[in-house]
Ligand binder design. Structure first.
Ligand code: NAD
Length: 496
């Protein structure tokens, strides 16, 4: 007898809610093409229910919970996640096909974010501001904004969600999150940790469904006070238009076409490893993917030989296995996009050095695999150098001299991240200053931390996450004026 895959519910008010009235969306394991669960395709009615519950939890208590108590519950959440990190990592792998070792590393790091923002929760104070008029006592207070809508992509749902959840909760807000329709199961399971950690019911809620359906219903709901979005630029601009037409703040973390620049004086083995980490870790399905390698012509041939040799040996396979170095593409539309951009690279005259197709091996049958791909001699005007592919495709562009490297690096609509490989300290500082990117890594790549701000310039986003100041984005500032010597003044003139 064929067992049908489990049907998950929504998470509203501290528990799983069946949502049988909704259509369902099948959840595909990209490593073998099998459907292993289904999630509700929520509509405006379910979204409204979640927002109302979150609003009730905000006004009913969480917004006024003493800061030290919020901090204590956030620390307890960190402990619960620690205990369930392996289980959650395995769910993420089935959801999006990323390597188990990558997801284990992410899940083990996650409690650090909740502990960091637990430390910030009771340090969220305003200022006292001295006035020329000594009879006035002026101060500011920071208040939570209310219900925060979080919309997350499929590539690292729990890590990227946590960058929003931890500061939002530390500041006293409540949350409704809409994860990607391609990878929602981990967020639904993660929600159980909030109940276990002692969060009041309704502080953290999850609705699943499509972007145009549940996502748009959430952003346009009048009970939402702020929107935090991570995803593509196209969806981000629709979300931003909807939020700004309601006059509510929006933070956007979007895509990139990040340059990973190798100068002639670079430590060569480390640089080749950094190029690999930049684009083939997670199969290139990361926003910070170093998808454009800019390589000094002086060492171009050496780097290309070494890179091609290593890329040909990348072990493609089951993401659950320790020996695997690259798993599948996360979902069918993404695989089609990768293939079509690779075709455009060939058509526009880039030299295909490695990969460029779906693998033929029978052991990978059924999975959404694509070979790690390297294009050499790419011109920065080709589509493979301009458009975000979000897959394992590296475009290598040669350059002559520092000035040209910086010019090519900045010649992109994006500005999320950049890498520099050099042993020249002065050059490292000089080039880091000149690059138009929100994060610059020197002699390393793809490093993140709770206390280091992360955000994109230009078309890569608005605002930033992480770091102590990120919590301010989840507050509103109130200015209070106290006249300590009340007197009758001129009622028809402004007091300045
Ligand atoms: P996507 O834009 O297709 O979807 C992201 C989320 O937005 C999903 O939950 C989706 O359902 C929702 N959505 C889509 N259209 C919507 C709409 N009109 N209204 C409301 N919600 C909507 O992105 P994706 O394919 O899931 O993720 C890949 C993209 O995310 C890439 O562009 C990548 O660079 C970007 N990303 C950025 C960062 C960052 O921190 N800058 C991190 C990870 C991924």
């Amino acid at each position: 007898m064929k067992v049908s895959p489990p049907r998950l519910g929504l998470f509203i008010g501290g528990r799983q809610v069946p949502a049988e009235e909704c259509d369902t969306i099948p959840v595909l394991n990209p490593a073998n093409g099998e459907v292993w669960a289904s999630i509700p395709d929520a509509g405006p009615e379910q979204v409204a229910q979640a927002v109302e519950v979150a609003s009730g939890a905000f006004h009913g208590g969480w917004g006024k919970t003493p800061p030290s108590q919020r901090a204590r519950i956030l620390r307890s959440l960190a402990d619960v996640i620690e205990g369930r990190s392996d289980e959650l990592a395995q769910i993420e792998v089935r959801d999006n096909g990323k390597l188990l070792r990558e997801m284990r590393a992410q899940l083990r790091a996650l409690p650090g974010w909740y502990r960091y923002y637990a430390g910030v929760a009771d340090k969220l104070h305003g200022e006292t501001i001295p006035m020329d008029d000594a009879s006035l006592f002026n101060f500011t207070v920071r208040e939570p904004v209310g219900v925060v809508a979080c919309i997350t992509p499929w590539n690292s749902p729990l890590l990227l969600g946590t960058w929003k959840f931890a500061p939002a909760l530390a500041a006293g807000n409540t949350i409704v999150v809409k994860p990607s329709e391609h990878a929602s199961v981990s967020t639904l399971r993660f929600a159980e940790c909030f109940a276990e950690a002692g969060f009041p019911a309704g502080v953290f809620n999850v609705v699943t469904g499509t972007g145009k359906g549940a996502g748009m219903a959430l952003v346009t709901h009048p009970g939402v006070a702020k929107v935090c979005f991570t995803g593509s630029g196209a969806a981000g601009s629709q979300v931003a238009s909807a939020a700004t037409s309601r006059l509510i703040p929006v933070t956007l973390e979007l895509g990139g076409k990040s340059p990973n620049i190798v100068f002639a004086d670079a430590p060569l083995d480390a640089a080749v490893s950094g190029l690999l980490a930049g684009i083939f870790a997670a199969g290139g399905q990361t926003c910070v993917a170093g998808s454009r390698a800019l390589v000094s012509r002086e060492i171009y041939q050496t780097i290309m030989d070494s890179l091609a040799d290593r890329v040909r040996r990348i072990n493609l396979g089951d993401p659950m296995l320790d020996a695997t170095e690259m798993g599948p593409i996360a979902n069918p539309p993404q695989l089609v996009k990768v293939e079509s951009l690779v075709e455009s690279g060939v058509e526009q005259g880039a030299r295909l050095l490695v990969g460029g197709r779906r693998p033929s091996s029978s052991t990978l049958k059924g999975g959404l695999f694509f070979e790690p791909t390297v294009f050499a001699d790419v011109d920065n005007h080709m589509r493979i150098a301009r458009e975000e592919i979000f897959g394992p495709v590296l475009s290598v562009i040669p350059f002559d001299g520092e000035e040209e490297a910086v010019r090519i690096a900045n010649d992109t609509p994006y500005g999320l991240a950049a890498g520099i490989w050099t042993m020249d300290l002065a050059r490292a500082h000089r080039v880091a200053r000149l690059l138009d990117a929100g994060t610059v890594w020197v002699n390393t790549y793809r490093a993140v931390a709770p206390n280091m701000p992360f955000g994109g310039f230009k078309s890569s986003g608005i605002g930033s996450e992480n770091g102590a100041n990120a919590v301010h984005d989840f507050t509103r500032v109130k200015s209070v004026w106290i006249e300590t010597e009340p007197a009758v003044g001129d009622p028809f003139a402004i007091k300045v």
